[in-house]
Structures are given as C-alpha cells and as structure tokens.
Write a protein that binds this ligand. Structure first.
Ligand code: NDP
Length: 294
C-alpha cells in the first residue's frame, strides 16, 4: 500500500510557519514582505496562477501587487516595468508570469530582472549559482519537490532518481538539485526527454521517478519499478461532462494503475502544485530578509 506525499497539508503547515514569521516581524514594527507579479495578456491559466499566488501571499500576511499589461504590450514597455520593480525599495521579489506573448523575447525579459529579486530563480545568475551549489533562489517547482521529499524523510542518498522532462523551470533544475552533494539529494540522476531511447527501460530503474512532460496520463504501470517514489508534476484539465465544473484534473501519470506499485505518491491535484506556490513565498521571505539585512 502506497503513502501520499501530501502537498496540500504540507503547504498549509509551511504557510502557517510563514504567517507566524510575518506576525513576529510586524510585531517588531517592520514592514511586510512584498511579492509583485507582472501579468501580460489574458491567458486563462496564467491568470489563475497569478490569482492563486496573490491569494496565498495574502494568507501569510505578505503585501502582494499585480501589474497587468495587455497582450500587445511591447518588449520595451515590459523592460521599463521590470526596471521600475528592480528599483522599487518596497518590493522584495517579483515574478514575470510565463509564457509571454510571442512578440516578446522571454530571455530578454528574464535577464533584465535583478537577481536579488528573482524569486522564481530563472535569471542566469541564479541558475549559475544553483549549478555551482551556491546560495541562490531555486525555481519554485523543484524546490517544492525537494521540500516534500525532505519533510517526509524520503531516503535519497545513493538512490537512482530518474527525471522525465528537461524544461528550464522543472526537469533540468530538478535533475541538478537531486545530483548535488547535500542532504536530501546525493542521488544518481538520469535526465530523460523526448529523444530518449527506450524510456520505459530507464524509468523502470528509478527509485525516485519525477515526471514533468506535460502529457496527460503518459506514465503507465509497465514504466514503474515496484516500490518507487513517484512525483507527478503534470497538471491537466480534461473536459468532463459528469463534473459540475465541466472538467477533471489529471497528471502526467496514470495514477489509477501506477500508484499501487509505488511506496510514495504525489496526488494530482494536491501534490506538487501547492508546494510550488509555497516555495515562491519562501523565496520571497528569503529575499525580504536579505533586503532588510535581517
Ligand atoms: P515543458 O513542455 O516545458 O517540457 C516538457 C518536457 O518533457 C520536455 O523536456 C520534453 O522533451 C519532455 N517530453 C515531452 N514528451 C516526452 C515524451 N514522450 N517522452 C519523454 N519526454 C518528453 O513542460 P514543463 O516542464 O513546463 O511542465 C511539465 C508539466 O508540469 C506540465 O503538465 C505543466 O503543466 C506541469 N507543471 C506543473 C507545475 C506545478 O506546480 N504543479 C509547475 C510547472 C509545470 P524535449 O525537451 O525533448 O522537448
């Protein structure tokens, strides 16, 4: 029988920890940590993500602000917005919600963010520091997964961790973090992607399997080793007339047949997602403490 890596309840615990921290800071007369977000265009998923980051910020007592721009905003205008937030002494950290409209070069935008306020950990400076094992902001999704594994005391040392998906925001940093010489890591890591030959033969070797490919229910029972720790990053809305909302959520893993073969499983929803948001808040608290010299 497998056990749940319960991201929902763990995120509630961490939010409570952060809220207590904010209470003790404000009791000393200090201002609240401030997380800002830039949202460009009217993509539904992006709006939902930003709204949920805003809600979570308020829950822990942070100040939160959202700068909204229309889909036809120019790259220059966006760069000016970033310059403004870089210089705003009252803002500790900010994110630019991705994806951006096609006419805007995402790399130009990311590179313009002050690394000290880059709480998403996407700037080249933070990515470089992460790869070197230096103090940095780690991208929220892999950071959340590491937190889940650590707080559930999942043994990682010497284990084979297979990461499927090599995006800059999930798979690549995840593989890096699990391979590092530190507590909660020290894995032997294999990073797979769409050109990997004979993927099931590799995923079947995984003691810890992290799946982040963006394909609904792609990983099936024949791809998983008995007793594996399974982390499913994927999240998809599947049209479903039987639901009041008109859809149900699923991950990149076919949980109905895979879970019973595992020792630990992140559910979808309620696994990785809540920890991602909480990690962004933790990064903002870290940025605040640095900024305020605390
Ligand atoms: P991307 O689309 O950026 O990357 C997908 C990766 O999967 C690519 O590296 C791609 O390979 C690889 N891939 C695609 N198809 C296959 C295949 N058939 N076999 C092996 N590898 C494959 O996705 P993200 O990393 O941004 O996101 C992945 C999933 O996680 C999505 O469902 C997303 O919604 C979800 N997500 C969830 C978050 C959360 O908080 N829960 C946060 C971020 C993402 P290649 O590089 O060769 O193209």
């Amino acid at each position: 029988m497998y056990q749940l890596l319960d991201g929902k309840s763990m995120s509630a615990t961490i939010k409570e920890e952060l809220a207590n921290e904010v209470r003790s800071l404000t009791a000393k007369g200090l201002r609240r940590p401030h997380l800002a977000a830039i949202l460009v265009g009217d993509d539904g998923a992006s709006q939902t993500y930003v709204a949920s980051k805003e809600k979570s910020s308020h829950e822990v007592g942070f100040t939160s602000s959202v700068y909204r721009y229309s889909a036809n905003t120019s790259e220059e205008e966006l760069l000016r917005a970033i310059e403004f937030l870089n210089d705003d002494d009252e803002v500790d950290g900010f994110i630019v919600q991705l994806p951006l409209p096609k006419h805007i070069n995402e790399q130009h935008i990311i590179q313009a963010i002050n690394p000290d306020k880059d709480v998403d950990g996407f700037t080249p400076v933070n990515v470089g520091r992460m790869v070197l094992g230096e103090e940095c902001f780690v991208p929220a999704t892999p950071m959340g997964i590491c937190t889940l594994l650590e707080r559930y005391n999942i043994e990682t040392e010497g284990k084979h961790c297979v990461v499927v998906g090599r995006s800059n925001i999930v798979g690549t940093p995840m593989a890096n973090l699990m391979s590092r010489n530190r507590k909660g890591a020290n894995c032997t890591v294999t990073l797979c992607h769409s050109r990997t030959a004979n993927l099931p033969a590799i995923t079947r070797q995984a003691d810890i399997l992290v799946v982040a490919i963006g394909k609904p229910e792609f990983v099936t029972a024949d791809m998983v080793k008995e007793g594996a720790v399974l982390v499913d990053v994927g999240i998809h809305r599947i049209p479903d007339e039987s639901k009041k909302s008109g859809f149900h959520l699923c991950g990149d893993v076919k949980h109905s047949e895979v879970d019973e073969h595992c020792s630990w499983v992140t559910p979808v929803p309620g696994g990785v997602g809540p920890l991602t948001i909480v990690s962004l808040l933790q990064n903002t608290m870290k940025a605040y403490r640095r900024h305020m010299n605390l």
